[in-house]
Design a binder for this molecule. Structure first.
Ligand code: NAD
Length: 355
């Protein structure tokens, strides 16, 4: 296979973790006989510095014509001035919106070798394997919002809006994923209170019975889901939900694994390139020290190979390599629990050796 990939290292630890993922990509290319053409493009704070824009036009056009994108992270204290004209995060939000990346996939699968890293009992989390699919470009974060004067001071509002098409397309992504996994899909909503949730419920039920009669489908209220996620996480396979519920539940879910340095995510549209990234931020507190955990970005690369290039065997190979490295006891500082640890580059090297 020959494919063009865009690397978006970004800010803080972004360039450090993306460099390790790129080395893993080169190792995969050698082992499986592929040719990957990679190009680094600016995004976020560094792009504000170099172009005055967190998403320069050339970055966007390079992304549009690529097979997929791998991002490190954006942001940092240097660009935090509330009076600034723009912010690093704006680049990422615009990229998702421009490419219509409406489905955010976040697998949550605690490593059996790191069960003690989670604040939850290992008897509860062991065997958990959930794929969250969060709607990413609609709902409360994109509906009309504003403020107006009120007798007591001010009144503020944000609006949650969804239409049939927005719901169908993300539920379809989730159902297709469920079909390739254990064949179960849970839709999370707040249909006892919210009108958009009632639309989610009717549209999803209709779609599931028409297109996915083979997938076992159920619905759970978001407040119950917050409890189930930490009391019986093993019971879920694929979970689909709207933007804000997904935002909150996926962060709760990340604690099942104990470390943000281990979790990848993918943002996909109906067609066109997907965006793959670790769920953590730019970690300015450890940037430049060579101690960041590169595994989330390496696992994001595995998702890229699976979902955008259809290279299942290569993706599984990376995931197995990461598992072996953890089984062998190699730990970066964030998952070492105070025991001796290794650096970013050394961790990358172990993964390549295991590969
Ligand atoms: P963060 O995820 O960057 O860091 C939180 C904590 O986790 C820090 O102590 C950090 O050292 C640690 N950590 C994160 N990733 C790690 C890794 N790979 N290895 C080891 N330790 C790791 O979140 P934050 O501190 O809230 O945000 C820092 C900056 O990142 C902010 O500017 C924020 O806006 C930005 N951010 C960007 C993204 C993104 O690019 N998608 C996501 C979240 C936050």
């Amino acid at each position: 296979m020959e494919a063009s990939l865009i690397l978006l290292p970004g800010d803080g630890i972004g360039p450090e973790v993306v460099a390790e993922a790129e080395r893993v990509l080169e190792a995969v290319a050698r082992r499986f006989g592929h040719k990957f053409h990679t190009r680094r493009m600016p995004i976020g704070g560094n792009a504000i510095d170099s172009h005055g824009d967190p998403l320069p036009a050339e970055t966007l056009s390079a992304c549009r014509t690529s097979a997929a994108m791998l991002l490190g992270a954006v942001g940092g204290p240097k660009w935090d001035d509330p009076g600034a004209k723009t912010r690093p995060e704006v680049g990422l939000l615009r990229l998702r919106k421009e490419l219509e990346l409406f489905a955010n996939l976040r697998p949550i699968k605690p490593s059996p070798h790191l069960l003690d890293a989670s604040p939850l009992k290992s008897s509860i989390i062991s065997g958990t394997d959930i794929l969250f699919v969060r709607e990413l470009t609609g709902g409360l974060y994109f509906g009309a919002s504003g403020r107006k004067p009120h007798a007591s001071g001010e009144e503020a509002f944000s609006t949650m809006i969804y239409n049939t098409g927005e719901i169908e397309r993300v539920v379809r992504v989730a159902a297709l994923a469920a079909r390739k996994r254990r064949g179960r899909l849970t839709m999370v909503d707040k249909a006892n209170v919210l009108e958009p949730s009632r639309l989610w419920r009717s549209v999803s039920a209709k779609l599931m019975s028409a297109e996915f009669p083979d997938v076992k489908y159920d619905v759970v209220l978001v407040d119950s889901m917050a409890m189930h996620l930490i009391s019986r996480p093993r019971d879920f396979d694929v979970v689909v939900t709207e933007n804000m519920f997904g935002d909150i539940l996926t962060d709760e879910g990340s604690m099942l694994t104990g470390s943000m340095g281990l979790l990848p995510s993918a943002s996909l549209g109906s067609s066109g390139p997907g965006l793959y990234e670790p769920i953590h931020g730019s970690a300015p507190d450890i940037a430049g020290k060579g101690i960041a955990n590169p595994l989330a970005t390496i696992l994001a690369l595995a998702m890229l190979l699976r979902h955008s290039l259809n290279l299942e065997q290569e993706a599984a190979c990376i995931e197995t390599a990461v598992d072996r490295v953890l089984a062998a006891g190699h730990r970066t500082r964030d998952i070492a629990g105070g025991a001796p640890s290794i650096g970013t580059v050394e961790m990358g090297r172990h993964v390549i050796e295991a590969l």
